[in-house]
Design a binder for this molecule. Structure first.
Ligand SMILES: Cc1cc2nc3c(=O)[nH]c(=O)nc-3n(C[C@H](O)[C@H](O)[C@H](O)COP(=O)(O)OP(=O)(O)OC[C@H]3O[C@@H](n4cnc5c(N)ncnc54)[C@H](O)[C@@H]3O)c2cc1C
Length: 423
């Protein structure tokens, strides 16, 4: 079959790879000049004799427990991984560090110094959340459709723990969104991911970076068409037409739309109200990411720098996370520090900014289940030829894993549909 895939993020790449391996003729369209998953990564030029390095933007992590399908795809393609030092520092911005962790909830003290009261209170609450969270996850009726905020209030966790530790961690790393979106996450989703991450604290990154991973995903007969923005996807009788912004068109037996849901809703013509409603039910926030050299966006004392530095705003309603890239990329051979700051709520020194990008991030709420159920039902409709996948479309937290899971589900559905049309 001739299959068109639109979008080369993880979901589009995995769909294209699997369908190509199954013997289909696959064309992958990407509107950007480079593969979507690697489109924001940055080559940092050589300075003072130091070599040029490449920073993955964003710097993404995974492990086998929370990302089993991604892990398997990478393993099958020989994409190697390496452990990341997952130390964290929490501080006020402006202000000083009040907690440093070697890895998830494992405190680090400097030169035998005892943890102060604040750090002790936060760690005590983290241990309690781990304990009651596990119990509550086993009794589904306790969580029902509670949001994370409702759950934490019900269990009487303090503002200090929520706003200066838990939300900074979730809003800057796993969920990458605002505090209000974190608060509205289903308690069950948040507790499950916290449980998985504290069970397996080793976090990995791809050893040779995203560029290498995308090359391996694309290896073989996939026809990749970069700088090819799709304008319209239109269902014909037994085929689908893809019209590009440059005015050309191509015909396929099936088309997989692997863009964000809000883009998909605009690309596909003549969608029914119900289809529009389903795609429109997935919500997004915009996240800004800076790559820079501004040490003002790090804890004041260099000896307190961790890989992930959570900087909590004075009003405790937001946190940004500065990733110390030299620590994240342990193989970099450069001295001068380079950072990547996610969720910036302040203005950086413009002279120290190497790059800025804004990314769309799906956010999950207790209503998201309805969207996932409806999307699944839509994909089971007979004679379907247009399919949707992306990290928003897999149940749970939108991460690389949900992108892979949704892609694998669509591949299976397309294969079944193809077998039906052959017989
Ligand atoms: C700051 C940050 C940190 C993150 N950290 C992690 C992490 O540590 N671990 C993890 O698992 N996940 C992480 N994520 C999430 C993860 O990066 C995303 O969930 C995932 O990359 C989304 O993949 P996708 O394929 O769904 O969509 P995208 O990557 O958004 O792909 C969609 C593609 O479609 C293309 N497109 C759109 N419209 C058109 C068109 N008209 N024609 C052609 N092409 C089009 C776009 O250019 C894009 O390339 C992070 C996200 C952010 C923002």
């Amino acid at each position: 079959m001739r299959i068109g895939v639109i979008g080369s993020g993880i979901a589009g790449l995995v769909s294209a790879r699997k369908l190509c391996d199954a013997g289909h003729q696959v064309t992958l369209f990407e509107r950007q000049p480079t593969v979507g998953m690697d489109a924001h990564s940055l080559d940092i030029p050589a300075v003072d004799g130091t070599p040029m390095v490449r920073a993955d933007v964003p710097s993404r992590m995974f492990n086998e427990t929370q990302w089993p399908h991604l892990f398997q795809v990478y393993k099958d393609l020989g994409i190697e991984s390496t452990a990341v030092c997952s130390s964290q520092a929490f501080c006020h911005f402006p202000g000083s560090v009040f907690l440093t962790l070697e890895q998830a909830i494992k405190p680090m003290t400097l030169a035998g110094k005892l943890l102060d009261r604040k750090a002790q209170r936060i760690l005590g609450a983290a241990a309690r959340l781990q304990k009651v969270g596990i119990q509550d996850l086993q009794q589904d009726d306790v969580l029902q459709s509670l949001t994370l905020e409702q759950y934490l209030r019900q269990r009487e966790f303090s503002d200090e723990f929520i706003q200066e530790f838990l939300y900074p961690t979730l809003s800057s790393t796993v969920f990458t969104c605002s505090y209000s979106a974190v608060a509205n996450y289903p308690a069950k989703t948040a507790l499950s991911i916290l449980q998985n991450l504290t069970r397996n604290t080793t976090l990995l990154k791809t050893r040779y970076g995203t560029q290498d991973a995308t090359k391996r995903l694309l290896h073989g007969d996939i026809q990749l068409r970069l700088s090819c923005g799709v304008q319209v996807v239109e269902r014909l009788d037994d085929q689908v037409e893809v019209r590009l912004i440059d005015g050309t068109a191509a015909i396929f037996d099936h088309v997989i739309v692997a863009t964000q849901a809000n883009t998909a809703g605009k690309l596909v013509s003549a969608l029914s109200d119900s289809e529009l409603g389903i795609l429109g039910s997935f919500r997004y926030e915009s996240i800004s990411i800076y790559v820079h050299t501004d040490t003002q966006w790090m804890p004041e004392r260099r000896r307190q720098w961790a890989t992930f530095n959570m900087l909590v705003s004075e009003d405790r309603r937001a946190a940004m996370c500065s990733v110390w890239l030299n620590r994240f990329h342990a193989d970099w051979d450069i001295e001068s520090p380079i950072f990547q700051t996610i969720n910036a709520f302040a203005e950086p020194d413009a002279d120290k900014v190497l790059a800025k990008c804004v990314m769309q991030r799906p956010v999950v709420s207790p209503d998201s289940n309805r969207g996932w159920d409806a999307l699944e039902a839509m994909h089971q409709e007979p004679n379907r030829r247009i399919w949707y996948c992306g990290s928003y479309a897999g149940r749970g937290t939108p991460l690389l894993e949900s992108g892979v899971v949704s892609a694998l589900a669509v591949v299976e559905a397309v294969e079944t549909a193809c077998m039906g049309s052959v017989s």
